[in-house]
Design a protein around this ligand. Structure first.
Ligand code: HEM
Length: 145
């Protein structure tokens, strides 16, 4: 029995040390927490809403409606990045259905998000992780070619 403990103790120690060394903080934490996610969202949606080809999607929305959309996007990204926020908005499919967002709109949007992430000097690894989350939504947001 003692021999077995002696044999497995080093293995156990290595496993514990590895876990501590390689356990990764959530993307949310690595991005800098809530304030950083909110700042990224604000910059990103300002770019979206003021882009010549995309601003039409937001015309006619009241200030309060824009505030609500903004808060939903903060919560959505916070939640998706492993943060403590709850997302209580609509599904991506329902929220964007009928807007006729095109492939080209999507391409522009992805570029604007990268501009935002570069502005905040988000490291490449975290950029890739956030872009992977956003890219997974494309099928629910883009409706037309
Ligand atoms: C081509 C790109 C996009 C355009 C033009 C766009 C446009 C819009 C518009 C106009 C609304 C308001 C809809 C309404 O209340 O009637 C909206 C809502 C929303 N969008 Fe987008 N969107 C785009 C991409 C994205 C992306 C990439 C995300 C994810 C980060 C996102 C997340 C949301 C959320 C969370 C809401 C609020 C849902 C709710 O009110 O329940 N959108 N979007």
């Amino acid at each position: 029995m003692k021999k077995i403990v002696k044999l497995f103790l080093p293995v156990l120690l290595i496993l514990v040390i590895n876990e501590q060394t390689f356990a990764q903080e959530s993307l949310y934490k690595r991005l800098g927490g809530y304030d950083a996610v909110a700042a990224v969202t604000d910059d990103f949606i300002t770019r979206l809403a003021t882009h010549k080809d995309l601003s039409r999607f937001f015309t006619g929305a009241s200030d309060d409606t824009k505030k609500r959309i903004r808060q939903h996007i903060v919560d959505f990204l916070c939640n998706g990045a492993g943060g403590p926020c709850a997302y209580i908005g609509r599904t991506m499919k329902d929220a964007h259905k009928g807007l006729k967002i095109s492939e080209n709109d999507w391409k522009i949007t992805a570029g604007l998000l990268v501009e935002t992430l570069n502005k905040f000097m988000v490291p490449q690894k975290e950029q890739n992780e956030l872009l992977a989350i956003v890219s997974s939504l494309k099928k629910d947001i883009v409706e037309v070619n």
